[in-house]
Design a protein around this ligand. Structure first.
Ligand code: PMV
Length: 310
């Protein structure tokens, strides 16, 4: 790495449909939103994250990114518009932004390469993952992941017997309100919990299949600009995710309380805490309800760029 600093940023993401099922190779739909994580790197005597040595603290995503690039001792500084563990993809955003900074320092930044490397890092750290978070943070806009490639194909990612074709999709202007429960929930254990359930239950496998089917319905509704239909599909998805065991009383409470003012609402990301998202044309009202019920609201605007050099 040359002696200068390199700065990048990557957006938060909101999964509209398909989380958890996507880890089993099913489709998923997500959008980047206008909250960003910024990352700066420069050579140093020891590797640090925000001033804390990587040997003192286990920052697994950062360590895995530095190892992937055989980087020498590096000072990494991040700052973010959104909390970590909130279901908005903070680990994906850190991973994508840091890999992009390391690639820029080597003079060869490519969005598809960053997206693939970031997926590998998430798999290493979490044990199991899908490319939905990392591809959305890398590309921005809207992403549909599915088995077969079609119009808008960006790249293809293969792992074991699973294959994901990552597509760029057009996203109409819409308002998403995210409600953070305030309870950070790490993704790895929730993904492992769903895998255990699916391994021993055909009922759980049917739920995974149904989430995959309704995700494609939602993608068609989004393409037509049918926000009412998409909202209904999101609410249905929340119920299926709750049956899989990844919702929480806090998430259920926030979802139920915003539904009278929304097209639909659901948990977003791994669940177990983290955040829910509402699709609404009454963002102020929904924010007020989320606050009243003890959550922290964020408004997410869509149509934002992916990873970029700052
Ligand atoms: O909670 P997040 O933002 O890490 O989202 C995880 C989404 C999952 O489908 C549960 C896992 C994955 O890798 O796709």
């Amino acid at each position: 790495m040359s002696d200068r600093a390199w700065s990048t940023s990557a957006p938060a993401k909101v999964i509209l449909l398909g989380e958890h099922a996507v880890v089993f190779g099913k489709p998923a739909l997500s959008v980047a939103i206008g909250l960003r994580l910024r990352c700066q790197i420069r050579p140093s005597n020891v590797s640090t994250l925000n001033g804390i040595s990587l040997t003192q603290q286990n920052y697994s995503y950062v360590s895995a990114c530095l190892a992937k690039h055989n980087a020498g001792p590096t000072a990494v500084v991040t700052d973010s518009d959104f909390p970590s563990g909130s279901g908005l993809g903070s680990s994906a955003a850190v991973t994508v932004a840091l890999l992009a900074a390391l690639s820029s320092a080597e003079g060869r930044l490519r969005e598809d390469v960053v997206a693939k490397e970031a997926f590998e890092v998430e798999c290493e750290v979490q044990g199991r993952a899908s490319p939905i978070d990392t591809s959305t943070c890398a590309h921005g806009g809207g992403i549909l992941v599915k088995k077969e490639g079609s119009d808008g194909l960006l790249w293809e990612i293969v792992k074991d017997t699973r294959r994901w074709c990552v597509h760029d999709i057009k996203v109409p202007s819409m308002t998403l309100v995210v409600g953070f429960t305030g309870k950070a929930a790490p993704t790895g254990p929730l993904v492992a919990k769903v895998k255990r359930y699916v391994d021993r239950s055909t009922f759980a496998r049917d739920i995974i299949d149904e989430i995959g089917d309704i995700t494609l319905d939602g993608a068609a509704q989004l393409a037509k600009g049918d926000l009412e239909g998409l909202g209904r599909t999101m609410t249905k998805d929340h119920k299926l995710l709750a049956i899989l065991g990844v919702s929480s009383p806090e998430l259920d409470k926030l979802v139920a309380s915003v539904l009278p003012h929304s097209y639909g609402a659901k948990l977003t990301g791994a669940g177990g805490g983290g955040s829910m998202v509402a699709l609404t044309d009454q963002p102020q009202k929904v924010m007020e309800v989320i606050r009243r019920k003890g959550g922290q609201p964020f408004v997410g605007v869509t149509g934002v760029p992916g990873v970029r050099i700052e």
